[in-house]
Write a protein that binds this ligand. Structure first.
Ligand code: DX5
Ligand code: ZN
Length: 232
């Protein structure tokens, strides 16, 4: 099991002061910075492109966890890597040739992740479990910050954990959750096997970012690792 890490999502920051906001969560104890790229096609929202990723890269030395909520992400892997991404996560639903795409990401020398929408079964990763560095379980429908956590996804997190355990990859692969993660919902996700928590509004919506990050870290004590059955 990998150690618990917290990745504030800058989607909820003050975009007019982005560099300051990124530096502030870095100082407040963020382990990674989560960057949400939205194209107005895969999701009904438009956000960040490579030039903004470059600006974020200049504001922190922490890893940049870039979440590509876009169609045809294959076309932009190189440009986002050059902009400073440490890892690229593509949405399974947006990529017809997922094996090829994962290897294209790895060939660029960054971590390769696959995100699953709430209704997407983990079996889409069958035949790929040995190739991926990260699985991102969306716990909201992607597109916006500040939405409510979907608890029906929790057994899927457990199923992913069980699968990674069965093939001996639980120490290599991050199990990330994204959407509606707060100090209240995080324990369920951690108990089911998540080790990487994305939080937008739960960090940037609080006055003290260090306290917000610490509260998410403490959720670990309320969760009991490796207890939730997968129910499948
Ligand atoms: C949603 C994005 C998330 C978003 C999470 O589509 O992928 O990363 O920033 O925001 P909260 O934590 O507010 O749900
Ligand atoms: Zn995200």
């Amino acid at each position: 099991m990998k150690p618990l890490r917290i990745a504030p999502s800058i989607l909820s920051c003050d975009f007019g002061r982005m560099a300051e906001e990124v530096a502030a969560v870095d100082q407040a104890g963020a382990d990674l910075i989560h960057v949400d790229v939205m194209d107005g096609r895969f999701v009904p929202n438009l956000t960040i492109g490579p030039v903004v990723v470059e600006a974020v890269r200049r504001a922190t030395t922490k890893p940049l966890d870039v979440h590509l909520m876009m169609v045809e992400p294959e076309k932009y892997l190189q440009v986002f890597t050059r902009a400073g991404a440490t890892g690229l996560t593509v949405q399974a639903e947006a990529v017809p040739h997922l094996h090829r795409c994962i290897h294209a990401i790895k060939d660029l020398g960054v971590r390769a992740g696959v995100a699953l929408n709430p209704h997407t079964p983990p079996e889409v990763l069958d035949y790929l479990w040995e190739d991926i560095d990260l699985v991102l379980c969306m716990t909201v429908n992607p597109g916006f910050g500040g939405q409510r956590f979907i608890p029906q996804v929790v057994p899927k997190i457990a199923k992913i954990r069980d699968r990674l355990h069965a093939i001996g990859r639980l120490d290599d692969v991050d199990v990330e959750v994204d959407g509606g993660i707060t100090a209240e919902t995080a324990p369920q996700a951690i108990t089911a096997g998540a080790n990487l928590l994305v939080a937008g509004s739960a960090v940037f919506g609080q006055a003290n970012y260090a306290t917000a990050i610490q509260q998410l870290r403490m959720a670990k004590d309320q969760g009991t690792q490796a207890k939730t059955p997968s129910l499948f």
